[in-house]
Design a protein around this ligand. Structure first.
Ligand code: BGC
Length: 790
């Protein structure tokens, strides 16, 4: 038999004898079996056990110490976090993974190479979440993803969405919220944006990784209900809305097991219930037993060490790990690899559009600023005002946090520079003073600067010790005072109550002096909080007229602040977490507060490799006794006053909310209202939907966020009707005794407003029947025994 094929050059049809062709090609296939999208099972069959064990272990096989580390490899792309093991004989390339949540983290310079490889420093995770704007977050993701692709990276190790259980967690700046819906939706927007470039993401850290102290050895002990409704729910939402290419398991134990070794968590919950289809990777150096990780469905170990490889080989050989389980992991790694730019031979340019991304970061930053207070319209500034700029933070601005979430950016526009270049006039005497002070401080800090990126994150220029002389007379020379207060934060550390959550004495003195001086002259005082998360504001806020939280706004931060101070843009961010009155009000009092520092990275202290210790509360184990009452769920329910509630954020205008309507449809409701700009400036507003159950069955939070939508910019007088949807399933709670999500019959109040405490309209709905939304496997129970030493 013969067939005809077309010769593409001559377009003549050539006869080819098919038997001969078949013979030739089968020989070729046998010799040339190479990975393709459609031959993964064949490749798995063709791999030796050694190759399989290599593929599931990262290829940076340094002899790493036991314990996690921030990834840093010189293989693949310098400064990336890890690479996979290549198997050229089967056409399996090595793919590259790099951090992180505020943009790509790679080395900006390379040996013997005059080029630079800077990446854009975007606003940190908390800041992005504060925009409450899926569209703009998606655009950030698109920009981040382009840098990932054009720098030859395949997977961005982001976003991080662990719940902000306690305001002092050192990594909260990377994370999004104390609320699972806001965290899950923000993550989905970033993931969809990044992955629109055909590169991957890694949603992390799965899960209940809410403290840094002893992060590799701490056991998070959480009730099934709190897990389902809070600590897993954020991941569930993100997976359902974005199906990320990969998920990273966390360092901690969860109810007595390492998350990366817990088959129930990974197979039953993540894959089975949430429908996750991608690959699961450990956090860097996380977990103990490589064979148990494979058996649990944690497909890859990064960055990889010889002991992981040896353990997997030995376990298959002695039968403690089935080769079939290993094969599943191998197949999932291959399914990931075939999607990557590396596999597809993408020719990256090393020239992402950094200029365009700088514009993106400038815009998104101002959108996420939260105006906490603005007495008698202190902001925006009136054109031509001379500003007395106080605080070392104005000159040494913090654009992002430390650790793997840091970005090697080419520059940071600080407040001082941003204000000047946007035409704001600074009071000269003060400015000269600070320039000199900063020169001295920079010299003092320089020798230690090498470590500054991460472990010396608290190393900052000192504030002017006695501000009295500095402040005296400044109100005569300036029209308005702006004080910047900064707080940095780093992976591997927690923040402290006294020197960090509260203002320090030098900062309090500065606020007091400036306030006295400017108020006596009838002039306004503005505080800019350049912070990683909440700080105590209640004791000093009355002394100032406006407080603007600008978080850690990325490399264009100074320009973004200037845009907002000048009123070119109205701030429209809302708090993704509550600002408590004082630390004692925080519900999660089981937290390692003020653990004495030893100079070591605290995430590794107390790490017990073989024998897990259970003797030090909040270090060896942490009981989540506040249960589902995290953040506003606690404050609102127990009526504990907060300084500023979850969801709060002012604009430069006023909004009215009217015409709330609830329409019942199949399986749910459409809730609408009209939002009208009743003030004098253009701005956006966030409409938030909360539910309250009006019957006493189970203990429940007073209000729970069920939806939100951000309006476009509305001009003065302009209105917009917005719509939100709610299914009856969204009202379900997790009933532990039945291991089921259930929506209980009864009356519910649906409220719309501009924060969790500023609810402007409500309607009641009646759910006639209790329904079981989903029954789930009864797993992830906190165990008893020695795990529960109080
Ligand atoms: C962090 C991860 C990060 C990884 C690679 C770990 O220490 O916990 O978030 O992606 O290092 O750098």
């Amino acid at each position: 038999m013969c067939i005809f094929v077309e010769n593409t050059k001559t377009m003549k049809r050539l006869p080819i004898f098919i038997t001969a062709l078949a013979l030739v090609s089968s020989v070729a296939v046998a010799e040339e079996l190479k990975l393709r999208e459609d031959n993964i099972s064949q490749i798995v069959k063709a791999m030796t056990l050694e190759e399989k064990a290599h593929l599931v272990v990262g290829a940076d096989m340094k002899k790493i110490a036991v314990g996690g580390e921030v990834g840093d490899t010189n293989l693949g792309v310098p400064g990336a976090a890890g690479i996979t093991y290549p198997i050229p004989r089967l056409g399996i390339p090595s793919i590259v993974m790099a951090d992180g949540p505020a943009g790509l983290r790679i080395s900006p310079k390379r040996e013997n190479d005059p080029n630079t490889y800077y990446c854009t420093g975007f606003p940190v995770g908390t800041h992005l979440a504060a925009t409450w704007n899926d569209d703009i977050i998606y655009q950030v993701g698109v920009a981040m993803g382009e840098e990932v692709k054009e720098y030859g990276v395949d997977i961005l190790l982001a976003p991080g969405i662990n719940i902000m259980r306690n305001p002092l967690c050192g990594r909260n700046f990377e994370y999004y919220s104390e609320d699972p819906l806001l965290a899950g939706r923000t993550a989905a927007a970033i993931i969809n944006g990044v992955e629109s470039n055909d590169v991957g993401t890694s949603l992390k850290h799965f899960c209940a990784n809410n403290q840094e102290i002893n992060r590799l050895g701490n056991d998070s002990r959480v009730s099934q209900r709190a897990l389902r409704e809070i600590y897993l729910r954020n991941f569930e939402i993100a997976v359902q809305l974005s199906q990320p290419w990969t998920i990273m398991t966390s360092y901690n134990y969860l109810n007595g097991r390492y998350t990366s070794e817990d088959k129930g968590l990974l197979e039953d919950v993540l894959r089975g219930e949430f429908g996750f289809e991608g690959m699961i990777v450990t956090d860097w150096g996380g977990g103990l037993d490589a064979a148990a990780q494979m058996a649990a469905g944690n497909d890859m170990i990064q960055p990889g060490a010889p002991r992981h490889y040896d353990r997997i080989l030995a376990a298959v050989k002695d039968g403690t790990l089935s080769e079939a389980d290993l094969d599943k992991c191998v197949a999932r790694v291959l399914e990931l690899i075939v999607k990557t730019p590396k596999f597809k031979g993408y020719k990256f340019t090393n020239k992402p559009d950094l200029k365009a991304h700088a514009a993106v970061t400038r815009e998104v930053a101002s959108e996420g600023f939260v105006l906490l207070k603005n007495e008698s319209k202190a902001l925006p500034m009136v054109g031509g005002q001379t500003v007395a700029l106080f605080g070392v933070g104005s000159y040494d601005f913090i654009a992002g946090g430390r650790g793997s979430g840091d970005v090697n950016k080419a520059y940071v526009v600080d407040m001082h520079e941003g204000m000047i270049s946007n035409g704001i006039v600074l009071e000269k005497k003060l400015d000269d003073y600070y320039m000199q002070h900063m020169e001295k401080e920079r010299k003092r800090i320089a020798p230690l600067d090498e470590h500054r990126r991460w472990t010396h994150y608290t190393l900052r220029p000192n504030e002017v010790r006695d501000p009295r002389q500095l402040v005296a007379g400044s109100a005569e020379r300036a029209d308005i005072a702006v004080i910047t207060i900064s707080r940095n934060s780093a992976e591997g550390f927690e923040r402290h109550v006294n020197r960090d959550f509260k203002l320090r004495i030098d900062e309090t003195a500065l606020v007091n002096e400036v306030s006295r001086e400017f108020r006596a002259a009838g002039k306004k005082v503005v505080v800019v909080l350049n912070v990683c998360g909440p700080v105590e504001v209640a004791s000093w806020r009355d002394k100032v007229d406006a407080i603007l939280v600008c978080w850690m706004p990325g490399q264009e931060g100074g320009n973004s602040v200037a845009d907002v101070l000048l009123g070119k843009v109205s701030p429209s961010g809302h708090l993704p977490m509550s600002f408590p009155m004082c630390y004692a009000d925080v519900p999660s009092q089981n937290f390692p507060v003020d653990v004495p520092e030893t100079g070591l990275n605290q995430s590794f202290e107390n790490f017990s490799y073989v024998n897990k210790y259970y003797d030090q509360p909040n270090v060896d184990y942490t009981n989540y006794t506040e249960d589902i009452f995290v953040g506003y769920r606690h404050f609102a329910t127990r009526q504990v006053e907060v300084a500023y509630p979850f969801g709060h954020g002012l604009t430069y205008t006023d909004f009215e909310l009217s015409d709330m309507k609830v329409k019942q449809g199949k399986g749910g409701y459409t809730i609408s209202c009209k939002v009208t700009n009743t003030g004098e400036r253009a701005a956006k507003q966030v409409v938030q939907l909360y539910s309250t159950s009006l019957f006493p069955d189970h203990e429940r939070p007073l209000v729970e966020l069920r939806g939100y939508v951000k309006t476009p910019t509305l001009k003065p007088g302009e209105s917009k009707v917005v719509e939100l949807t709610l299914t009856t399933d969204d009202l379900a709670i997790f009933v532990e005794e039945e291991s089921a999500w259930k929506t209980m019959a009864g009356d519910y109040r649906l409220s719309l407003g501009f924060s969790s405490e500023d609810l402007r309209a409500n309607r009641e709905i009646f759910v006639p029947q209790t329904t079981v939304v989903r029954k789930v496997t009864d797993i992830l129970k906190p165990t008893d025994g020695k795990l529960f030493i109080e």
